[in-house]
Design a protein around this ligand. Structure first.
Ligand code: SF4
Length: 102
């Protein structure tokens, strides 16, 4: 019985995450001019982050080493849940950056 219950619990999660993945793929690439991107200071090249406005930025911060980044190591882009799953550049950065736990 326990395994059946576990199965019932797992199926909706698997379905949802599969859907989430498809939705993320359908989102396209985040544009720096997207209003939310502008609001959070997103740049596709982290070295171009507005250091006057965001003094917390420091190299080597980048999407690739941010906790929210959904791409794999070596990918040029990956989905970011903060921007509705749109693709952000691995070398990008925004002010919501949070260092990925080692
Ligand atoms: Fe990049 Fe992280 Fe900002 Fe998403 S939250 S755009 S992964 S720095």
């Amino acid at each position: 019985m326990t395994s059946r219950r576990a199965f019932i619990q797992i199926v909706p999660i698997a379905t949802l995450s599969g859907f989430g993945l498809q939705a993320a793929r359908a989102q396209g690439t985040l544009d720096e001019k997207d209003p939310q991107a502008v609001a959070l200071g997103y740049v596709a090249d982290a070295t171009k982050a507005d250091k006057a406005k965001y003094p917390k930025y420091a190299a080597p911060q980048a999407c690739a080493n941010c906790q929210l980044y959904g791409g794999k190591a070596g990918d040029a882009t990956g989905p970011c849940p903060l921007f509705g799953g749109k693709q952000v550049a691995a070398k990008g950065w925004c002010s919501a950056y949070a260092k990925k736990a080692a």
